[in-house]
Design a protein around this ligand. Structure first.
Ligand code: SF4
Length: 321
């Protein structure tokens, strides 16, 4: 299910959209999210701290490692805010679980919204570890496969593309699950994603092929759960130039009897130029898509690899992969 605008719904830390909810009364507006991505995504903003009843402005807080576990405390006074925030986060993620979210963009380093790199302090103020913020922890427990990214990492085009790719894959998977699939539908789902999965992790892609086609003694529901976990594990691994080149060569093989020698040579040269990082992936991919329009091939044409997200994201220079 998508939004009324038919755009994927993405959760986002409210301060990233420019709303003044930060502890200092300001915001952390992320221009990329506000200007570029908002054309493609519908935002679902949340501020766990303000939602839990905290005021703006409010005292700065931090995570502290204590004998009774991780606590959220005001940095100056030491006042404990753990129960207030975690109680609210539990109800918030329960509500979020009922929405057709396809991803989440979080404010880095916040003791509530940060992802992995939130500093944890000892009782004496020394840094002892880094971990998720308390809201992020609750979100990942409730929705373990939801694509999540931090604001700062969206400035890197490779990380940005990886996030967007996973957002759309998550949307296809949740739509597939909602349609009460039968075993033959899982085989079809796997076939469509086969080359996209190979570009991420050939070993896991092979495992997914076996899971989709051979259910053995397991119930189909167990197969779907196993497939889901492996599917998102596979897509979470970053692609590599060599793997993309292998996939492009493989897809080109289906057209070997229809392309003339000049077209073949040109495509091979562009794949090699991409492998050597002389040109972006979009170049051999556009050439391959161009040949497929002239010489349609049902199996190749069905591959999500050829358009893992709407082409407008790439053509609009938001993703240049
Ligand atoms: S980081 Fe999270 S909790 Fe902090 S102001 Fe932003 S949305 Fe609110």
């Amino acid at each position: 299910m998508k939004s009324a605008s038919n755009k994927p719904i993405i959760g986002i830390s409210m301060c990233l959209l420019g709303t003044n909810v930060r502890h200092d009364g300001g915001n952390c507006a992320n221009s990329f999210a506000n200007k570029s991505l908002s054309e493609f995504f519908e935002w679902h903003p949340v501020c766990p701290e303000v939602g839990s009843g905290m005021s703006t402005p409010r005292p700065a807080m931090r995570l502290v490692q204590t004998e009774s576990g991780i606590r959220l405390r005001e940095s100056q006074s030491g006042k404990d805010r753990t129960e207030q925030l975690t109680t609210y986060c539990a109800s918030l993620v329960q509500k979020l679980s009922t929405l057709p979210l396809q991803g989440f963009i979080l404010k880095s380093k916040s003791p509530s919204c940060g992802l992995k790199r939130v500093m944890v302090y000892g009782e004496k103020g020394n840094k002892v570890a880094a971990r998720n913020g308390l809201f992020t922890e609750a979100l990942q427990q409730a929705l373990p496969f939801l694509p999540i990214e931090e604001d700062g990492r969206l400035n890197d085009v490779t990380l940005r593309e990886h996030f967007v790719e996973r957002v759309y894959a998550y949307g296809r998977w949740t739509a597939f699950r909602a349609n009460k699939p039968q075993p033959k539908h899982l085989v079809q789902f796997q076939q469509r994603h086969k080359m996209q999965l190979y570009a991420h992790d050939p070993r896991l892609a092979q495992k997914l092929g076996r899971l989709a086609g051979n259910h053995g003694e397991s119930s189909f529901e167990d197969v779907l759960k196993n497939y889901e976990a492996t599917f998102f594990e596979c897509l979470s691994n970053p692609t590599k130039h060599g793997r993309h080149a292998n996939v492009l060569h493989h897809l080109m093989g289906f057209l070997k009897n229809t392309l003339d020698s000049g077209d073949k040579q040109e495509l091979l040269e562009q794949i090699e130029a991409y492998r050597l990082r002389h040109t972006p992936l979009a170049v051999p991919l556009m050439l391959l898509n161009h040949h497929l329009r002239r010489h349609p091939h049902p199996w190749v044409g069905s591959q999500t690899y050829l358009e893992p997200y709407p082409g407008a994201l790439r053509h609009g220079q938001i993703l240049v992969g």
